[in-house]
Ligand binder design. Structure first.
Ligand code: GLV
Length: 326
């Protein structure tokens, strides 16, 4: 196939090998550093496709200068790093990597939930430091998970996978979303649709699975944290700006809620300094989808989306579907 593709950052090698069998030219930036907007624009010149990652910021200004680019193929399910209306306005297809990471991400949300509830990281540090001298009745006691209530914000694919796991722990599952899911899903997963306030007041665990939109930015801030139980645990594997990080740090410090498990942050890779000092938070570096199999498949999916778009076919995971007329 004629054409050139830019891969902005290191991906799994099979994706690059595949692109090399399809494109005449593959400009592979085999580094983890990421490109500055100026570097991105310079390297994008003459390319028909860009395989990007969530650290690449496609602002309206950047998109406005992407002449000749047919597709931005993001190696992520989230695409808040791409201004989709601007891409649509310029006729650039945007694709993502859904489904493949659903179960992997749900597994990780549960890892954070369990680790925070049962104080796994504190226990590890305790043993590691040599502080463990004897068994005592209340050493590092935490919260039960089974038979408690989990409240899920966002009942899309990942929210549903989290809810499915909750059934195995005999939990009550509340959820809130902009729209209710179909009745058969609600009954299969034993879901109760509730308003935001009830979810916050009644849940022992609150797990976030919403995309980052204007309407979900700071979904959890000081007022919401105050509605939660003092024993509640917050889990965020969605996007950092969905939570007001400063408000969360203050709430964790003051005991407004018990603890949190966080995989995403407002200004990654920066973390609010207070969070780094608190024992009652489990922190991870945005790795919820990071199983080997899933990250390999995500790399390949983005490559496949790029190839399809440049070949004039509908990419399998098109985000701005209004650009496609069959
Ligand atoms: C990861 O955060 C993703 O959106 O895939």
């Amino acid at each position: 196939m004629n054409g050139s593709v830019l891969v902005t950052k290191r991906v799994y090698p099979e994706a690059v090998d595949f692109l090399r069998t399809k494109f005449e030219h593959v400009d592979y930036v085999a580094s983890d550093d990421g490109l500055t907007p100026a570097e991105l624009l310079a390297r994008a010149k003459g390319k028909q496709a860009i395989v990007s990652q969530l650290t690449d910021k496609f602002t309206p200004d950047v998109i406005g200068q992407l002449d000749g680019v047919k597709v931005i193929a993001n190696v992520a399910v989230g695409f808040d790093n791409v201004n989709v209306p601007a891409a649509t306005g310029k006729g650039i297809l945007v694709t993502n990597t859904p489904d493949v990471l659903t179960e992997t991400t749900a597994d990780f949300a549960w890892s954070l939930l369990m680790a925070a509830a049962r104080r796994v990281v504190e226990g590890h540090a305790f043993v590691h430091s040599g502080a463990w001298k004897r068994w005592t009745i209340d050493l590092l006691v935490g919260e039960d998970v089974h038979h408690r209530t989990i409240g899920i914000f966002g009942m899309g694919r990942i929210g549903q996978a989290v809810a499915r796991r909750a059934l195995g722990f005999s939990m009550r599952v509340l959820y809130h979303d902009a729209e209710r899911v179909a009745a058969d899903i609600e009954s299969a997963l034993k879901l109760e649709f509730v308003d935001k306030e009830r979810l916050l007041k009644e849940s022992d665990y609150v797990s976030l699975h919403v995309p980052l939109l204007d309407s979900t930015r700071k979904l959890i801030g000081e007022p919401e944290l105050k509605l939660m139980k003092p024993s509640a645990i917050l889990v965020n594997t969605a996007r950092g700006p969905v939570v007001d990080e400063a408000a969360l740090a203050a709430a964790l410090k003051a005991g407004v809620i018990r603890s949190a498990g966080l995989d995403v942050f407002e200004r990654e890779p920066e973390v609010h300094p207070e969070l780094l000092t608190l024992p009652n938070v489990v922190l991870a570096p945005h790795i919820a989808s990071a199983s080997i199999a899933t990250r390999r498949r995500m790399s390949m999916m983005a490559a496949e989306n790029a190839v399809a778009a440049v070949a004039g076919e509908r990419p399998p995971n098109l985000v701005n579907r209004d650009l496609w007329r069959d």
